[in-house]
Design a protein around this ligand. Structure first.
Ligand code: IYR
Length: 223
Protein backbone atom coordinates (compact mmCIF):
# COMPACT_ATOMS: atom_id res chain seq x y z
CA UNK A 1 0.00 0.00 0.00
CA UNK A 2 1.37 3.43 -0.86
CA UNK A 3 2.19 5.57 2.18
CA UNK A 4 0.33 8.48 0.59
CA UNK A 5 -2.92 7.06 2.00
CA UNK A 6 -3.70 7.23 5.65
CA UNK A 7 -5.74 4.56 7.38
CA UNK A 8 -6.98 4.42 10.95
CA UNK A 9 -8.31 1.53 13.04
CA UNK A 10 -12.05 0.96 13.00
CA UNK A 11 -14.12 -1.48 15.03
CA UNK A 12 -17.63 -1.94 16.35
CA UNK A 13 -18.76 -3.10 19.79
CA UNK A 14 -19.60 -6.83 20.02
CA UNK A 15 -23.33 -7.64 19.75
CA UNK A 16 -24.62 -11.19 20.27
CA UNK A 17 -26.80 -12.79 17.59
CA UNK A 18 -29.81 -12.73 19.91
CA UNK A 19 -29.39 -9.04 20.63
CA UNK A 20 -28.82 -8.30 16.97
CA UNK A 21 -31.99 -10.10 15.90
CA UNK A 22 -33.93 -8.07 18.47
CA UNK A 23 -32.34 -4.84 17.31
CA UNK A 24 -33.08 -5.69 13.67
CA UNK A 25 -36.70 -6.44 14.48
CA UNK A 26 -37.09 -3.29 16.60
CA UNK A 27 -35.55 -1.23 13.82
CA UNK A 28 -37.91 -2.70 11.26
CA UNK A 29 -40.94 -2.03 13.46
CA UNK A 30 -39.86 1.58 13.77
CA UNK A 31 -39.06 2.33 10.13
CA UNK A 32 -42.20 0.65 8.84
CA UNK A 33 -44.20 3.43 10.51
CA UNK A 34 -42.72 5.99 8.09
CA UNK A 35 -45.20 7.34 5.59
CA UNK A 36 -44.98 9.87 2.81
CA UNK A 37 -47.22 12.76 3.83
CA UNK A 38 -48.73 15.40 1.56
CA UNK A 39 -50.70 17.40 4.16
CA UNK A 40 -48.26 19.58 6.06
CA UNK A 41 -48.69 21.75 9.15
CA UNK A 42 -47.12 25.22 8.99
CA UNK A 43 -45.50 24.63 12.41
CA UNK A 44 -41.92 25.88 12.36
CA UNK A 45 -38.96 23.50 12.47
CA UNK A 46 -35.72 24.92 13.91
CA UNK A 47 -32.96 25.53 11.39
CA UNK A 48 -30.58 23.53 13.66
CA UNK A 49 -32.69 20.41 13.02
CA UNK A 50 -32.47 20.93 9.27
CA UNK A 51 -28.71 21.41 9.55
CA UNK A 52 -28.30 18.14 11.45
CA UNK A 53 -30.47 16.05 9.12
CA UNK A 54 -28.46 17.41 6.18
CA UNK A 55 -25.22 16.59 8.01
CA UNK A 56 -26.58 13.07 8.59
CA UNK A 57 -27.49 12.71 4.90
CA UNK A 58 -24.05 13.90 3.92
CA UNK A 59 -22.45 10.98 5.82
CA UNK A 60 -23.72 8.65 3.08
CA UNK A 61 -21.22 6.59 1.13
CA UNK A 62 -20.46 7.91 -2.35
CA UNK A 63 -18.43 6.93 -5.41
CA UNK A 64 -14.74 7.55 -4.61
CA UNK A 65 -15.99 9.56 -1.60
CA UNK A 66 -16.71 12.51 -3.90
CA UNK A 67 -19.89 13.44 -1.96
CA UNK A 68 -21.50 14.66 -5.19
CA UNK A 69 -24.46 16.46 -3.65
CA UNK A 70 -25.76 19.84 -2.53
CA UNK A 71 -28.74 20.14 -0.19
CA UNK A 72 -30.50 23.48 -0.58
CA UNK A 73 -32.76 24.28 2.39
CA UNK A 74 -35.48 26.81 1.62
CA UNK A 75 -37.48 28.27 4.50
CA UNK A 76 -38.15 31.60 2.83
CA UNK A 77 -41.83 32.25 2.04
CA UNK A 78 -41.08 34.36 -1.06
CA UNK A 79 -38.87 31.67 -2.57
CA UNK A 80 -41.35 28.96 -1.59
CA UNK A 81 -44.09 30.87 -3.42
CA UNK A 82 -41.89 31.14 -6.47
CA UNK A 83 -41.02 27.42 -6.38
CA UNK A 84 -44.70 26.51 -5.94
CA UNK A 85 -45.74 28.62 -8.93
CA UNK A 86 -43.05 27.11 -11.16
CA UNK A 87 -43.76 23.54 -10.00
CA UNK A 88 -47.52 23.93 -10.49
CA UNK A 89 -46.98 25.29 -13.99
CA UNK A 90 -45.11 22.10 -14.95
CA UNK A 91 -47.45 19.81 -13.02
CA UNK A 92 -50.50 21.37 -14.71
CA UNK A 93 -49.02 20.28 -18.06
CA UNK A 94 -48.15 16.86 -16.63
CA UNK A 95 -51.68 16.20 -15.40
CA UNK A 96 -53.23 17.63 -18.59
CA UNK A 97 -51.56 15.57 -21.29
CA UNK A 98 -47.90 14.88 -20.51
CA UNK A 99 -48.57 11.86 -18.28
CA UNK A 100 -50.00 8.72 -19.86
CA UNK A 101 -53.48 7.38 -19.00
CA UNK A 102 -51.91 4.39 -17.24
CA UNK A 103 -49.64 6.67 -15.20
CA UNK A 104 -52.62 8.80 -14.11
CA UNK A 105 -54.47 5.56 -13.28
CA UNK A 106 -51.51 4.39 -11.12
CA UNK A 107 -51.61 7.69 -9.20
CA UNK A 108 -55.34 7.57 -8.41
CA UNK A 109 -54.84 6.00 -4.96
CA UNK A 110 -52.72 9.00 -3.93
CA UNK A 111 -55.33 11.53 -5.02
CA UNK A 112 -52.63 13.88 -6.32
CA UNK A 113 -53.19 16.66 -8.83
CA UNK A 114 -51.29 19.68 -10.14
CA UNK A 115 -51.96 21.75 -7.01
CA UNK A 116 -48.95 21.76 -4.69
CA UNK A 117 -49.92 23.87 -1.63
CA UNK A 118 -47.44 21.94 0.54
CA UNK A 119 -44.61 23.79 -1.23
CA UNK A 120 -45.73 26.89 0.68
CA UNK A 121 -47.17 25.31 3.83
CA UNK A 122 -44.18 23.17 4.79
CA UNK A 123 -41.69 25.13 6.92
CA UNK A 124 -38.75 23.92 4.83
CA UNK A 125 -38.10 22.52 1.39
CA UNK A 126 -34.90 20.56 0.95
CA UNK A 127 -33.87 20.46 -2.69
CA UNK A 128 -31.22 17.87 -3.43
CA UNK A 129 -28.89 18.54 -6.33
CA UNK A 130 -26.59 15.92 -7.87
CA UNK A 131 -23.22 17.17 -9.03
CA UNK A 132 -22.52 15.60 -12.39
CA UNK A 133 -18.95 16.79 -12.02
CA UNK A 134 -17.02 19.10 -9.71
CA UNK A 135 -14.20 21.65 -9.96
CA UNK A 136 -10.74 21.66 -8.40
CA UNK A 137 -9.16 24.76 -6.84
CA UNK A 138 -8.02 25.93 -10.29
CA UNK A 139 -11.51 25.67 -11.70
CA UNK A 140 -10.77 22.55 -13.76
CA UNK A 141 -13.50 19.93 -14.13
CA UNK A 142 -13.09 16.88 -11.88
CA UNK A 143 -14.98 13.59 -12.15
CA UNK A 144 -17.67 12.23 -9.89
CA UNK A 145 -18.68 8.57 -9.96
CA UNK A 146 -21.98 6.72 -9.49
CA UNK A 147 -23.66 10.05 -8.89
CA UNK A 148 -27.25 8.78 -9.02
CA UNK A 149 -26.50 5.89 -6.69
CA UNK A 150 -24.63 8.16 -4.26
CA UNK A 151 -27.29 10.86 -4.18
CA UNK A 152 -30.06 8.25 -3.90
CA UNK A 153 -28.35 6.75 -0.85
CA UNK A 154 -27.85 10.21 0.70
CA UNK A 155 -31.55 10.90 0.16
CA UNK A 156 -32.38 7.66 1.98
CA UNK A 157 -30.20 8.78 4.88
CA UNK A 158 -32.04 12.12 4.91
CA UNK A 159 -35.48 10.48 4.99
CA UNK A 160 -34.46 8.19 7.80
CA UNK A 161 -32.93 11.08 9.81
CA UNK A 162 -36.20 12.98 9.38
CA UNK A 163 -38.21 10.03 10.67
CA UNK A 164 -35.81 9.63 13.59
CA UNK A 165 -36.35 13.24 14.73
CA UNK A 166 -40.14 13.04 14.36
CA UNK A 167 -40.71 14.82 11.08
CA UNK A 168 -42.38 13.78 7.83
CA UNK A 169 -41.28 14.29 4.25
CA UNK A 170 -42.62 14.14 0.74
CA UNK A 171 -40.33 12.94 -2.03
CA UNK A 172 -41.70 15.27 -4.66
CA UNK A 173 -40.64 15.08 -8.30
CA UNK A 174 -41.97 18.02 -10.30
CA UNK A 175 -40.99 17.37 -13.88
CA UNK A 176 -39.08 18.79 -15.61
CA UNK A 177 -37.39 20.46 -12.66
CA UNK A 178 -34.68 22.62 -14.23
CA UNK A 179 -36.59 25.62 -12.83
CA UNK A 180 -35.09 24.74 -9.42
CA UNK A 181 -31.53 25.34 -10.61
CA UNK A 182 -32.59 28.72 -11.98
CA UNK A 183 -34.64 29.90 -8.98
CA UNK A 184 -32.00 28.70 -6.52
CA UNK A 185 -29.11 30.02 -8.59
CA UNK A 186 -27.19 26.72 -8.73
CA UNK A 187 -24.14 26.28 -10.98
CA UNK A 188 -24.61 24.24 -14.18
CA UNK A 189 -22.77 21.17 -12.79
CA UNK A 190 -25.63 20.73 -10.30
CA UNK A 191 -28.82 19.04 -11.50
CA UNK A 192 -31.98 18.90 -9.37
CA UNK A 193 -32.62 15.37 -8.05
CA UNK A 194 -35.56 15.62 -5.63
CA UNK A 195 -37.62 18.31 -3.94
CA UNK A 196 -38.45 17.30 -0.39
CA UNK A 197 -40.87 19.37 1.71
CA UNK A 198 -40.35 18.52 5.38
CA UNK A 199 -42.23 19.34 8.56
CA UNK A 200 -45.04 18.11 10.75
CA UNK A 201 -48.19 16.48 9.40
CA UNK A 202 -51.27 18.75 9.42
CA UNK A 203 -53.78 17.98 12.21
CA UNK A 204 -56.14 16.47 9.65
CA UNK A 205 -53.42 14.70 7.64
CA UNK A 206 -54.42 11.47 5.96
CA UNK A 207 -52.33 8.93 4.06
CA UNK A 208 -53.59 6.35 1.61
CA UNK A 209 -54.04 2.81 2.89
CA UNK A 210 -51.21 0.94 1.19
CA UNK A 211 -49.75 -2.52 1.52
CA UNK A 212 -46.04 -3.17 1.37
CA UNK A 213 -44.72 -6.20 -0.47
CA UNK A 214 -43.91 -9.20 1.72
CA UNK A 215 -40.33 -10.36 2.31
CA UNK A 216 -40.87 -13.26 -0.12
CA UNK A 217 -41.92 -10.83 -2.83
CA UNK A 218 -38.92 -8.54 -2.49
CA UNK A 219 -36.08 -10.96 -1.71
CA UNK A 220 -34.35 -14.14 -2.79
CA UNK A 221 -32.00 -16.01 -0.46
CA UNK A 222 -29.28 -18.50 -1.44
CA UNK A 223 -27.73 -20.36 1.52
N1 IYR B 1 -44.76 14.51 -10.14
C1 IYR B 1 -46.22 14.47 -10.07
C2 IYR B 1 -46.78 13.12 -10.39
C3 IYR B 1 -46.42 12.01 -9.48
C4 IYR B 1 -45.68 10.96 -9.96
C5 IYR B 1 -45.40 9.87 -9.19
I1 IYR B 1 -44.41 8.30 -9.99
C6 IYR B 1 -45.83 9.83 -7.85
O1 IYR B 1 -45.53 8.74 -7.04
C7 IYR B 1 -46.60 10.87 -7.36
C8 IYR B 1 -46.87 11.98 -8.17
C9 IYR B 1 -46.69 14.99 -8.73
O2 IYR B 1 -45.87 15.23 -7.85
O3 IYR B 1 -47.89 15.19 -8.56
Amino acid sequence: MSDAHEFEPYSLPYVSNTDMIRKASDHYRKVKKRRTVRDFSDRAVPRKVVEYVIKAASTAPSGAHKQPWTFVAVGNPGLQREIRAAAEKEEYENYHGRMSESWLEDLKVFDTDWNKPFLETAPWLIIIFRKIHDFDEDGNKTKNYYVNESVGIATGFLLSALQEVGLVALTHTPSPMNFLGKILDRPTNEKPFLLIPIGYPADNAKVPVLKRKRLDDVSVFFE
